[in-house]
Write a protein that binds this ligand. Sequence first.
Ligand code: FAD
Length: 831
Amino acid sequence: MSIPGTARVVIIGGGVVGVSTLYHLAKMGWSDCVLLEKNELTAGSTWHAAGNCPNFATSYAVMNMQRYGLALYRGLAEEVDYPINYHVTGAIRLAHSHERMMEFEHVAAMAEHMGLTMDMCTPDQLQQHFPFMEVHDLEGGLWDPLDGDIDPAQVTQALAKGARDLGGRILRFTPATGVRREGGEWIVCTEAGEIRCEYVVNAAGYYAARVGEWFEPYGGRGVPTITMSHQYFMTEAVPEVEAWTKAQGRKLPMLRDPDTSYYLRQETGGFNLGPYERNCRTAWTTPDDPMPEDFSFQLYPDDLERLEYYIEDAMARVPLLGTQGVKRNINGPIPYAPDGLPMIGPMPGVPNAFEAHSFTFGIAQGGGAGKVAAEWIVNGQTEWDMWAVDPRRYTDYTDKQYCIDKAKEVYGHEYAMHFPHHEWLAGRDRKLSPNHGKLLKLGGQMGAYNGWERANWFAKAGDDTSEEATQTWARSGPWEQRVREECEAVRDYVGVLDLPGFSRFKLSGYGAANWLREQIAGALPKVDRMTLGYFPDERGRVLTEMSILRHGADEFTLITAALAQWHDFELLNARLPEGLSLEDQTRDFTTLIVTGPQSRQLLSGITEADLTLSWLSLQQTAVLGKPALLVRVSFAGELGWEIHASNEDMPEIYEAILGSGAKPFGMYALNALRLEKGYRSWKGDLSADYTLFEAGLDRFMQLNKPQNFPGKAALLKEAADGVKRRFVTMIVEADDCDAPYMSTIWHGDQMVGEVTSGGWGYRINASIALGVVRADLAELGTELTIKIYGKPHKAVVQPDGPLWDPENVRLRDQGDVKDADPDQSASLQTV
Ligand SMILES: Cc1cc2nc3c(=O)[nH]c(=O)nc-3n(C[C@H](O)[C@H](O)[C@H](O)COP(=O)(O)OP(=O)(O)OC[C@H]3O[C@@H](n4cnc5c(N)ncnc54)[C@H](O)[C@@H]3O)c2cc1C
């Protein structure tokens, strides 16, 4: 086949994901697209995959993507007229503990939210689904009727047929050999010629890091991904299973035991067992084990010893498994990103380049991944918020060792529960605060935020700081009393929070102010003041929120959440006109939050700054004689200041503040404090799933301002049509668990919304949930029900404003108001 000289999009890689991307591009009307595959389609990880296709995922976004993909697969054979062996057998997941049952309850609720049905099961019900199983030691389980297994090669070929029928081109045995950028376009090189295109997609599976290297001269980073070796084996036929299938006219459902860490399913008349073992192996990570140039259709040698523990456990669960020998083992390469989730979206730092790789469940996710990738390319945005898989979630700290450590941890805990007070241990200490040593001495229990180590809470001597103690969904634990004390210190006296890694961009140049006005929905602050800026997309949905600190007419510092660093930088940079300068200064400064009613008095001992300047003022000043930017603001909702200073100067300042009696507090306390003020958190309360109206940001919009900004027309239309969903603050009659993200909200027997974040407020002594509900239910006093881990709890809608200090009197600190913008005081940004 001849090489076309031009194409709109070139996709590198013909596994299920690349092909699904081509198919979805074609379905969206972009038929002038080409896929390059170095060998035959499916030659990478796809051909040897077991083909299991669950809906189940602990991330809502990922589960929704799988839901879409599985629905697509169910109709695909007919749609494109290509036969596919797809067994929708249903699947059971076993729970060995109450905590696991709670996890299942939450996932079942998320499933219901997206229109699926998953049923909680007793051990007896599990046995009815899968009669050959021991259940005496189980708590129960979960049944998903739409789980199953598909032939990975057939589904890929079916997607390929669908793409070709719509005009997409697939060039097999045509490796891409490099890329270069010319005149704002990409040239993708092959031995058979070059293709000039607008967009490139790296869908090269476990070769993604290698392909990614080609983009480094154009701003790309080393792709954070590692290849693991993953196995499953098939047994000879088991007569009892064959007889059951014959009698029932169907296959056994899939069985997953997440607590032991394996899946077991029927494969023809026998079994297929696939563990995720703790003693797992990376591949191709050392000099004596280089990645081959071509590994098409190849496997690693069998290594069944590694699986012994899991095989024995599975044989105890399903004794029939032990009755037959191993017919065939498959040990193949599987790529892992540091959190085990794929990378789908814009390639960080590189214009018009996208990624769709590092899939550990690429068969189950391929259908949805193709949709998401195609939407990014065609629309520059996705139907659903897909931050969970956005490549920009990993930034500058993911070196090779980090990727290896995390990949092993994630693989070995593939089915682990992600408890709210648990921090994973691998890949830590990548970015340290200048106060890190001091934080540890103070008992800081650290957590990683975009690689930055921050204290979550401060333990006292004798507190249980073990990992085991965190294996709970409950609010209570060794941290609870300490978090309460930290909140109370902030409420009654003064607390100090060490906050390294606030993302910080310097924006300057003639016209910067006007340009910024065209990016945000609201107004800019005056010089020496700050405000919050909300950046909508064309649909009026929330892309991000930044603190806008104005130092001069056209000089700004933009501060945003640690995690948002690359996302937000790219958002600004992609739109930046010639003549404006944007610089990432995240590593140049660090921050302390000093807050509480006595904070002014405390600071007056270490700075000559004017501490009577009003709420949301800023001043370049000196603290202990060191240059510092003092911003009068507090995400905790008390009188307070942020001190921004250099890394070298901050330890002395921190010591002085502690020495003056401030109590160190951590991220858990800050989260509790911000909930009481209704301050939103990014990618929970603020996501691209909600418009600014739905996120309750009305007071930060100026729809009548002269400037146009993305989403203005959509927001005006929404205002005219009537807002359909509204952000609410609720007080929940919770027990020991506060409402986690994506708990469902009910009115009678109708599901009417979802929780975007929840937690305990220690100043108001109540469980708080923030969420989005049907607009007519957002009225003060409306009684709703929130299902928390399956249990219904009464929730009452509160006034539209902070629960703590509703008039913001404590923030403003009566009597000192100079030059205030009263309308800007009601919300603050994510840290
Ligand atoms: C043993 C095993 C069992 C598995 N079981 C399951 C399962 O049950 N369910 C599930 O969902 N997932 C499973 N997986 C994972 C699944 O196989 C992968 O997630 C999925 O195949 C990834 O698809 P992909 O398209 O991203 O990558 P790949 O299938 O690896 O495709 C990438 C393609 O890119 C091509 N390529 C690379 N470089 C170039 C280049 N320079 N030019 C052109 N082409 C290039 C390669 O030849 C390859 O065909 C399993 C994996 C293993 C190892």
